[in-house]
Each structure stands twice: as structure tokens, then as C-alpha cells.
Ligand binder design. Sequence first.
Ligand SMILES: *[C@@H]1O[C@H](CO)[C@@H](O)[C@H](O)[C@H]1NC(C)=O
Ligand SMILES: *[C@@H]1O[C@H](CO)[C@@H](O)[C@H](O)[C@H]1NC(C)=O
Ligand SMILES: *[C@@H]1O[C@H](CO)[C@@H](O)[C@H](O)[C@H]1NC(C)=O
Ligand SMILES: *[C@@H]1O[C@H](CO)[C@@H](O)[C@H](O)[C@H]1NC(C)=O
Length: 468
Amino acid sequence: MITALLCFFFLRSTVALESVDLWTERNGTVDPEGQCSCEAFLPGTTFPMGELVQLEETAVRISQKLELEIIKVEMFESKLTVYIEKVANLTVVIQMMEDDPDSYSELQIQEVKIQIKQVEALILDLQASIQTSSSVLVKIRKEITSIVVVLTKMENKYDKNLVLVTRREYIKIQQKLDECERRHNEIFNPNIGSCNHGGISRLSKPIISQLNAHLVAGHIYGGWGKDSRPLPGSENTYWYSASTDAVVRYVSVYADYYRLIMRQAMKTYDLYASADWRGTGNNLIVRANTLYYQFANPFSMAKFNMTTQKAEYRVVPSASNRFSYHYSPYQNLDFAADESGLWITYATEASKGKLVLGKIDEAAFALKEVWQTSIFKPSVGNTFMVCGVLYATRSVDTNTEEIFYTYDTRSRKESYVSIPFEKFQENYMYLDYNPTDQKLYMYNNGYYVSYHVWFHQNNKTNKPQVLM
Ligand SMILES: *[C@@H]1O[C@H](CO)[C@@H](O)[C@H](O)[C@H]1NC(C)=O
Ligand SMILES: *[C@@H]1O[C@H](CO)[C@@H](O)[C@H](O)[C@H]1NC(C)=O
Ligand SMILES: *[C@@H]1O[C@H](CO)[C@@H](O)[C@H](O)[C@H]1NC(C)=O
Ligand SMILES: *[C@@H]1O[C@H](CO)[C@@H](O)[C@H](O)[C@H]1NC(C)=O
């Protein structure tokens, strides 16, 4: 039995991996009947070989499932291109008919109506397929996450090298999954980076990635997310920072989602290493490999450039350290990033705790414009920015949060809205939007949580958003 297992590894590792590893060093041959024969080698009497073999087989199965999804995404992309063209063609025809209704017969008008119905049916069909495919991807991600947990446990208990081949296999699958999800996301939101929409229409259900890198839910203060303006080559980088108190001291960066889940930081920065650059309140943003945060002492806004590993701070004129968000007493300055740049929110004594929004000139690292809102900061759960519009949330009940207020910096108009969304657990300490993937990132009682965002479509020239 052991021999057979080793042969399995030998064959698989020889076929599938270029690199020399533990198993390829063993002696093995394949006889003409395809039967494998090789030397038996027992790495350790207690090593759970059977479990590892199962994980290997699962990797093959997941990989095949994923390949199918990748083929589907390619099909969605090409279908979508055709539909966009059809819609564009029909728009032109309708325009012509509207401009000169008398020169078209009833028959011609009927014909166009039928064509519109046909495209609608095709788009509905595509929506359904994409939705199914998305749920498959979510299942695959869940499956990988739970396997990674098992692999990490094995690595911690036995020789890491024994798990190496399997781990590499999962890294490969994860990278493929990331790519597939990225393309999916582009179909979901073909207008990433564009502000040609009418604001948020709804949020998805919470997507719970997993418990933080410290493996403790007690690290309730913290945040996570992606760089909102990544340096070239760092598009997949994630960051994470958390603590059992409101002090901001460590921030870790991860090469990609898989490394985040594997808890393999590329680097962990210490804001108390060369000087006391510690922060408070966890309202962090990472932008161009620079961490923006509330400086603890003196009370001010700070940035820590992870490239140079140097911090600098600026006092925010008239910002008060008395007013925080509803869920935590230390969130006095909150950073946000959107398609148009970097923002900060706070409250002032003069406004008696009403929220003030400021636009930051990134080069000068100074406020260049401020807007006064009418909402009382301590009643707000959190805020974030999308396309120059401030969104504020509040608690509805233990399971529900809602976006209840928006402030548009261009029109200086505020409005009360109700966009409810499900919370993972009642209290969360971090919520921010990322313009590079149009997702919301939440840090909730130690868990990484995210949401897809949907927008009101207000412009016919937009590429159709597949899921309305
Ligand atoms: C592999 O087999 C060959 C021939 O049977 C033998 O000469 C060699 O020493 C073996 N190598 C190992 C690593 O056992
Ligand atoms: C759109 O119109 C162009 C030019 O009339 C035509 O070549 C093309 O095939 C049309 N596309 C679709 C998808 O109907
Ligand atoms: C960080 O430092 C690097 C190297 O000096 C510089 O090129 C970059 O502009 C800095 N980033 C920010 C956001 O200040
Ligand atoms: C629609 O989008 C086009 C191209 O992005 C833009 O030029 C136009 O002003 C937009 N119209 C409205 C009503 O937003």
C-alpha cells in the first residue's frame, strides 16, 4: 500500500512538476503495463500519508473543475462582446427611427422590437449562467481555504518538505482561481474605474474569507484590504493590520490572496522600530505602497511609506479627537480612497461633532478642500468614498447595517437613502471601498469580510452590467 502511494507521488511529481523535490529523488520506474514500481520509503511512522493523498486527489479534482470555469468565463466574455455590439447596433437603429418615424413601416418597427426581445433573452440567459458559475467559484474558494488550513496544520506538525509538493499544487490552483475571479469580476463590473453610474444600488451578501493571521478573534481592532493604487507588479497585494487594542503598530503585506489565507506575509512593518510612529483607531488605507493612518502622538494624520520605511505626519486643522464612530471610541480620523483620490473624514468642535470630509492632496500631503455634512459622527457606523460621494452607514439591528446617507462633493448635495446589507457579526471596526475591484472590505471581529458592489446604471454608453 505504502509503495503504491509513493508511486502515485513519484509519477505525479515527475509529470507535473519541473522542480526536483523529495519524491523525485526516490528510485522509480514505470513498467510496460503502466504499473509503477519503486522503492518504499516511509518518511515518518506517524505522518498521515492517506490524508495527504486525499488532498492531492482533491487538488486534481478542483483543478479540473476550475479549468471548466475558465473555459466558461472565456465563453461569457465572447458572448458579452457580441451582445454589446448587438445593443449598440440596435441603439443606432432606434435612434434613426425616432429621428424619422414616418419613413419606417410598422413591419420594420416590429422587427426591431423582436430583435430587442431576443437580445434581452440572451442577456438573461447569460446572467443565469454567470450566477451559477460565480457560486461554483465561491465553493472552490471555500474548498481551497479549508484544505489550506489542513495543510498548514500538517506543516506545523511534521516536516514541511513532506507537504511541499501538495502546497505548490494548491498555490498554482489559487493563482488560477484569482485570475478567473478577476475576469469574472470584470464581467460583473465591466466599468471598473469609471464613475459613469448613479451610485450604489446594492451590496452582495458578506463574503467571509477567514479568521485573521493572528488566528484570534480577540484581535477585534484592525483592517484588511488591497492597495487602492498599486505600484506596477503589486496588483494582487493584500495588507492586514490588527491588534487587541486600538493601537496601530504592525502592518503586514501579502503577495496575493493565497499568501494572505496561508498567513505567509511578504513583510511585516513595525511602526515602533526606528521611532515611535504608532497610530490609533485602525482607519487605515494603503495606497501606492504607503499606509495612511491616524497618528497617535501628536494627534494628526500620518503616512508610512513602506518603500522607504519612513513616516511623516500633519496636524489636521480643527479636527477633534473627541468624536468617533459608533463601534469604537478611537476612530477620530478615517481615511478613504476612491476613483478620484485620497480622502479623510473627522469631526470638529465647531460643528459639534458633525462629520467633515476633506480631500487630501497626495503630493503635498495636505487638505485641499473640505465639506461639512449634517450627520453626527458618533451615530455613524463607518464611512467610505466612491466616485467623490461619501457613503455613511449605521446599525439597523444585530444582523443588519445600512447605508443611510450620501454626500456628493460635486453637487454638495446630501441625501438620506436606505441600502441595507447583512453584517457578519454585530460590531465591525473597519469598512472601506477599493476602486481597483469595486469591492467593500470589512474587518469584523477578527474576520476578513468583503462585499461586491452594484451601481445604478444611468448611461446608455456604459457597457452593460451583467448582473443588475
Ligand atoms: C536507483 O537504482 C539504481 C539501479 O537499480 C541504483 O544503482 C541506484 O543506486 C539507486 N538509487 C537510489 C537513490 O536508491
Ligand atoms: C452590427 O452592425 C455592423 C454594421 O452594420 C455589422 O457588420 C455587425 O455584424 C452587426 N453586429 C451584430 C452583432 O449584429
Ligand atoms: C515613497 O517613497 C518612494 C521612494 O522615495 C517615492 O518614490 C514614493 O513617491 C513615495 N510614496 C509616497 C506615497 O509618498
Ligand atoms: C455618458 O457617457 C459618455 C462617455 O463616457 C459621456 O461623454 C456622457 O457625458 C455621459 N452622459 C451622461 C448623461 O452621463
